[in-house]
Design a protein around this ligand. Structure first.
Ligand SMILES: Cc1cc2nc3c(=O)[nH]c(=O)nc-3n(C[C@H](O)[C@H](O)[C@H](O)COP(=O)(O)OP(=O)(O)OC[C@H]3O[C@@H](n4cnc5c(N)ncnc54)[C@H](O)[C@@H]3O)c2cc1C
Ligand code: SF4
Length: 525
């Protein structure tokens, strides 16, 4: 029997690969859930006509969600912060000059993610001991069960779709206008190393049941009433019908110990009592912070630093030369609409990834507050019709890093994480903004560079690499099967083992790598 720890994207991918080989799998998970009263509100809302969702009956969705110039400080779901809560036995994580957090929810951070999913390109994983090709079968396997909204466009020349049945969501008018401008200047943009296309997001545009297709209600940022934005809590429910699978929630794993041909797992249950489990192998997929804490505790490595890689997150508002009218009344989805990928060796040897967001009602508050008393005379609606947002990411080589230490305290262990700036980040950002300004006649879009926000380390949640995979791993590294040196039957299968982090979104590759490691069991058992 194999144990998988965690029900986030990496955990369910690992479990699926083990089950596909006919093995017995138990999934240990803290597994917090949405409060029952919110679940009931959601069920009532879902049963009501979608036209009412933006009215008083859907007001609970917006509770606690704020937006400012720096984006959304904490993205909640269905008005709840349950994805970020601690539970008995979990390790507290404290951040200094950095910002992020673990999740102890069933589905992990896929409860709140933006669902943007792009594969890694070979150039962007030069530091890895495996090739992009080694991940290809796993990317394909994942899209057999995870929905994808995407189009077959030029992005596929460099970033294969790996999915033969994408369900594209309708694009907003602002996105269609931007796409038209980009398409008109395609040759010039290609020469400048810019490729573009529809966003790739893990959304079931046609619905999961046939009766719940996307209604373009614009509520994606608050949580989809139909649950069309893929969350791996759905995979856990699906896996429960497999007799070889069992799901054990309410368990916070503390440490693991190998004894002969077995692994003992030490954990705390929801009542705060100690529990142990034994298995042939253990696959840790508790998310980078929790997996790092479990490994450091198991190795008795307290107070010693480990480095974490991060993919730098930034927000850059864009003003279009021409606007789309009445965007506040448009029926649209509010996840990323378009992707732009920039390859320009004068800026970076790696891809820079830009996700384009068109109007959503969270844009309004920061614009109104910036206007102050001018608000009443300013043509707000026509301005919003011209305003877009690029959410961008850099490769980890050009991004800040973090240092994590597990400190043993009387009140319980704390994982202390501090940001370490990288001077290359600002220099890279400057060159990027200059390039976007130079390209503005071709894109019909001007970056509002004084409003550029470079996020604190960790803020984009594209983080990993505390025990990076290496072909000949040394102390503190893992082999290509995610086994940190010193372990034979314990595998870390989430982004903890990433040797570097590409800009093009982290989760799809964390899923693919977890799937690959579990699929290759015959090579290491
Ligand atoms: C607001 C937001 C937006 C994002 N948008 C995107 C995006 O668009 N694209 C993208 O690629 N990524 C995005 N991410 C990042 C993405 O959500 C994570 O990369 C992904 O969820 C990580 O998956 P994971 O399985 O490694 O861990 P997690 O999703 O963190 O899951 C961890 C699991 O482990 C369990 N667990 C934790 N500790 C323990 C323990 N001690 N014992 C037992 N179980 C434990 C939890 O209950 C949970 O089930 C976003 C993140 C956030 C917060
Ligand atoms: S627009 Fe977003 S929230 Fe509304 S149904 Fe579609 S995916 Fe769900």
């Amino acid at each position: 029997m194999y144990l998988v720890v965690g029900s986030g994207p990496a955990g369910v991918s690992c479990a699926r690969a083990l089950l596909a080989q006919g093995h017995k799998v138990s999934m240990l998970d803290v597994g917090l859930r949405l409060e029952p009263e919110r679940e009931a509100q959601l069920a009532t809302l879902r049963a009501a006509p979608a036209a009412e969702w933006n009215g008083p009956s859907g007001a609970f969705l917006r509770e606690g969600m704020e937006s400012g110039a720096g984006g959304i400080p904490v993205k909640l779901t269905y008005g709840s912060s349950y994805p970020y809560r601690d539970a008995p036995g979990t390790t507290r994580v404290e951040f200094t000059h950095a910002k992020a957090g673990p999740s102890h929810a069933v589905g992990g951070l896929s409860t709140v993610w933006g669902s943007a999913v792009m594969p890694y390109r070979q150039n962007d994983m030069a530091a890895w001991p495996i090739a992009a090709q080694d991940l290809a079968p796993a990317y394909e396997a994942i899209f057999r069960w995870m929905p994808l909204s995407a189009r077959r466009d030029d992005l596929a020349l460099q970033f294969p779709l790996y999915c033969d049945h994408p369900q594209p969501l309708a694009m907003s008018r602002q996105a269609r206008q931007l796409l038209a401008s980009l398409s008109k200047s395609k040759t010039r943009l290609q020469r400048a190393g810019v490729s573009f296309g529809a966003s790739r997001i893990a959304v079931a545009a046609n619905g999961f049941s046939g009766a719940d297709a996307c209604v373009l209600c614009g509520l994606c940022m608050y949580g989809c009433p139909y649950r069309l934005i893929y969350c791996t809590d759905r995979a856990v429910e699906e896996l429960k019908s497999d007799p070889n699978f069992s799901y054990i929630p309410g368990v916070a794993v503390r440490s693991v110990e190998e004894t002969g041909a077995a692994v003992t797992v030490w954990a705390i249950d929801a009542a705060g009592d100690s529990v142990t489990y034994r298995a042939e192998r253990v696959y840790l997929a508790a998310g980078v912070y929790a997996t790092t804490a479990i490994l450091l505790r198991s190795m008795n490595r307290f107070d010693r630093p480990v480095r974490l890689f991060d993919s730098q997150y930034f927000l850059l508002p864009i003003l279009r030369a021409a606007g789309a009218g009445k965007v506040t009344e448009e029926k649209l989805h509010t996840l990323a609409q378009l992707f732009l990928e920039i390859e320009d060796s004068r800026i970076s040897p790696y891809t820079i990834h830009l996700q384009t967001y068109t109007y959503n009602d969270l844009f309004k508050a920061p614009v109104e507050s910036a206007l102050g008393p001018l608000r009443s005379v300013f043509p707000l609606n026509s301005f919003l019709g011209r305003l877009l947002l690029f959410q961008g990411y850099l490769h980890s080589d050009h991004s800040a890093q973090m240092e994590a230490r597990l400190n043993r305290m009387d009140a319980g262990d704390v994982l202390r994480v501090s940001g370490v700036r990288n001077p290359a980040t600002r220099a890279t950002m400057k060159k990027l903004v200059r390039k976007l300004i130079a390209l503005s006649p071709s894109t019909g879009s001007m970056p509002m560079f004084p409003l550029l926000q470079i996020g604190e380390p960790g803020r984009g949640y594209h983080t990993g690499g505390s025990f990076p995979m290496h072909a000949q791993p040394a102390d503190g590294q893992s082999d290509i099967y995610g086994r940190p040196v010193g372990f034979c039957r314990v595998h870390a299968v989430d982004s903890t083992v990433f040797p570097s982090i590409a800009a093009t979104t982290i989760t799809l590759t964390a899923m693919a790598n977890a799937y690959r490691i579990a699929s290759q069991l015959h090579q290491y058992s």
